[in-house]
Design a protein around this ligand. Structure first.
Ligand SMILES: [Zn+2]
Length: 245
């Protein structure tokens, strides 16, 4: 999350003033629907993963969202995931340090495709990045922390228990600017009106990659990256059992 107010008050305004393919890219995946029966694939599209400030805006979140959604082709030495989720990713593609302008806060994130995907999901999870200094609470030695937010309290509990169990410094935050609890926050616009989100400190995100730049991140993911991603995927599965979906 860049410091200060957003330059654009909505994605609609951003799209009217920036150029896709030059300043930004966006990608999403929605699972197929069977035309003949109007039935979807129920096991797969109940979950939506997002990185609304990916690319150079909150670096490292694009790769985490892709891998969590199960789209790991192009990643180093990792087989394709057997199960994939819907996802939406917006990438800032300006030169380094010129991407803060492309940050539209999650409660103003009115991209139609992103909204549609989230509204169709029961479980939704967003990856965000904060600086090392933005959390008010102590992030512990070395600023390596994963702050859990959103309105889905049960899912947040599962994530906290699983991630701390795996050895990560992960905790639910009450800090207003980082806790993602606004109803209008896009991640809370799913069928439960409650999603979850991470605010990952800069040091935490950097610690997941061997080479931390846009080109090389996904081919230099380390063991911690996969432990983090697989723990989140296990948490999603556990939460789906709780919700009976
Ligand atoms: Zn963000």
């Amino acid at each position: 999350m860049p410091e200060g107010d957003d330059f654009y008050c909505s994605m609609r305004q951003l799209y009217a003033n920036e150029t896709e393919g030059t300043n930004y890219t966006k990608e999403w995946y929605r699972h197929r629907w069977r035309y003949e029966t109007s039935k979807n694939y129920p096991d797969e599209n109940t979950t939506c993963i997002m990185a609304p400030h990916g690319g150079g805006i909150e670096s490292g979140t694009t790769e985490l969202a892709l891998a969590t959604a199960g789209f790991t082709d192009g990643f180093n030495n990792h087989p394709a995931a057997s199960e994939t989720y819907d996802y939406f990713i917006f990438n800032g593609t300006n030169p380094t340090n010129q991407n803060g302008k492309l940050h539209v806060t999650a409660s103003n994130f009115n991209d139609p495709a992103a909204i549609e995907l989230v509204q169709r999901s029961v479980i939704s999870l967003a990856f965000h990045g904060c600086t090392d200094e933005q959390p008010d609470e102590s992030t512990g030695i070395g600023y390596k922390a994963c702050l859990i937010g959103g309105r889905d309290e049960n899912f947040k509990d599962v994530l906290e228990i699983q991630l701390t169990g795996a050895g990560f410094n992960a905790y639910k935050t009450k800090q207003e600017s980082l806790n993602g609890d606004l109803r209008a926050n896009i991640i809370n616009r799913n069928k439960q009106n409650a999603g979850a989100q991470f605010e990952l400190t800069t040091t935490f995100r950097k610690s997941l990659y061997g080479v931390n730049n846009r080109k090389d991140r996904r081919t230099s993911t380390n063991a911690d990256f996969w432990l983090f991603v697989n723990t989140i995927r296990a948490s999603i599965k556990q939460h789906r059992i709780l919700l009976a979906i």
